[in-house]
Design a binder for this molecule. Structure first.
Ligand code: AMP
Ligand code: GLY
Length: 424
């Protein structure tokens, strides 16, 4: 098979790495990709016009396109590819609203009794402010649409919450994504990520995982795309797993089917495990990043038949999926300053030394090739991932890998997995 992967982060490097192990795969292309992906796939230049990309895919006889990030999914790339007779993995535009509109997601949850925070949606700033003044408890204020992970603002005091409403609804800091704002109660607990593959009816849960969103140790600093991840996440006990499947995953998939929007692809549920049980923080319509960097290395089975079964509606026939017992950890090495401003173009050294460590994989996120050198090209630069017998050993191995790699002003958290280690 010839495969096209769309995206350029650590998630896409991990996808390409896993797909390349399949005996079914003869060639992989990636757009736009990065320096790590270029070592296993042929990079093609970014085309913003999906019809042009589909023409290219037809001309190269691409058998399967795998879409990594949410933006092309929400914009309808899968619809465009399917209309041209191409096979593409991921939800169509209507189904991707689960991530593309927080209000849509909340309506689906309300209709299907899926546990989540108490909330209301507003398009009018005065009404939103009155609501905040009336409830007087800490809230989260969220832009309805996609805002590159920046559209969620804590409002722990009424003043902070009102300022967030102004930023989103009045100043339009996130453009049209902020035409509506969702205000919800703050949930207290531990977060976990729950990932399933689904063909619209059937679903296959992945092993559990957890990421670290805050930029600095002890979960302080700023919200980022994710500074590290691990799998399994001990907070997801077998009982919680069953609860989430029964009360969240199945009602979500069935609810989408009932309204004529079967969701096919990766459903990633962000959960808060509260004293009252798990509650949904958000849905994502794709693999988490860095969660993909710990989930895919733990999958022993071939990924290709699972992805095509999601497209064909035959996931129920995939009954012999196998997982590695090993635990996985990923430490993100970021550019100093991320998630605020940072410099790029820094020379990266030691990648070969890290890659030689047994069980260690270095997945590239923001890297590019300049002459013969691999240089930094983004905020999150590398995901240093390791598999080992247990979580403690996997985390140690990841840090061993990190210590082999150098670039100017590199920043990484030193405490990845601390909550999990405290539980074990
Ligand atoms: P979201 O994109 O909706 O998952 O929000 C991003 C991050 O904000 C989450 O991973 C949580 O850390 C935090 N967050 C969002 N909503 C809430 C909430 N209702 N209570 C507590 N934390 C939240
Ligand atoms: N790691 C969080 C996300 O991918 O949204």
């Amino acid at each position: 098979m010839k495969i096209l992967v769309i995206g350029q982060g650590g998630r896409e490097h991990t996808l390409v790495w896993k797909l390349a192990q399949s005996p079914l795969v003869e060639k992989i292309y990636c757009t736009p990709g990065n320096a790590g992906i270029a070592q296993i796939a042929t990079l093609i230049p970014c085309k913003d016009d999906y019809n042009e990309l589909a023409d290219w895919a037809i001309s190269k006889k691409i058998d399967l396109t795998v879409v990594g990030p949410e933006v092309p999914l929400a914009a309808g790339i899968v619809d465009d590819f399917h209309q041209r007779g191409l096979r593409a993995f991921g939800p169509d535009k209507k189904a991707a609203r689960l991530e593309g509109s927080k209000d849509f997601a909340k309506q689906l949850m309300a209709k299907n009794d899926i546990p989540t925070a108490v909330h209301q949606t507003f398009s009018d700033a005065d009404a939103a402010i009155t609501y905040i003044q009336d409830i007087r408890s800490p809230v989260f204020v969220k832009a309805d649409g996609l805002a590159a992970g920046k559209g969620v603002i804590p409002g722990r005091t009424p003043d902070e919450a009102i300022k967030a409403v102004q930023t989103i609804l009045v100043d339009k800091a996130f453009g049209a994504a902020g035409n509506n704002v969702v205000i919800e109660e703050e949930l207290i607990g531990e977060e976990a990520s729950f990932t399933v593959l689904t063909d619209g009816k059937n679903c296959l849960p992945f092993v559990s995982s957890q990421d670290h969103k805050m930029s600095h140790d002890g979960d302080t600093g700023k919200n980022t795309g994710g500074m590290g991840a691990y799998s399994p996440a001990p907070v997801i006990t077998p009982e919680l797993h069953d609860f989430v499947m029964k009360q969240v995953v199945h009602p979500t998939i069935n609810g989408m089917l009932e309204i004529g929007c079967p969701f096919k692809g990766v459903l990633y549920v962000g959960l808060m495990i509260t004293d009252d049980g798990p509650k949904v923080l958000e849905y994502n319509c794709r693999f988490g990043d860095p969660e993909a960097q710990v989930l895919l290395p733990r999958l022993k089975s071939d990924l290709v038949p699972l992805l095509t079964a999601c497209i064909d509606g035959t996931l129920d026939q995939q009954t012999d999926v196998e997982w590695h017992d090993d635990a996985a950890a990923c430490v993100i090495m970021a550019s100093g300053g991320y998630p605020d401003t940072y410099q790029t173009g820094k020379n990266i050294t030691g990648l070969e030394n890290a890659a030689e460590l047994e069980g260690v994989n270095v997945f590239h996120a923001g890297t590019e090739l300049k002459g013969d050198n691999i240089v930094t090209a983004g905020g999150r630069v590398l995901g240093v991932t390791a598999l080992a017998n247990d979580l403690k050993a996997a985390i140690e191995k990841s840090y061993h890998g990190v210590s082999a790699i150098h670039f100017d002003k590199a920043h990484w958290r030193k405490d990845i997995g601390y909550r999990a280690l405290a539980r074990i």
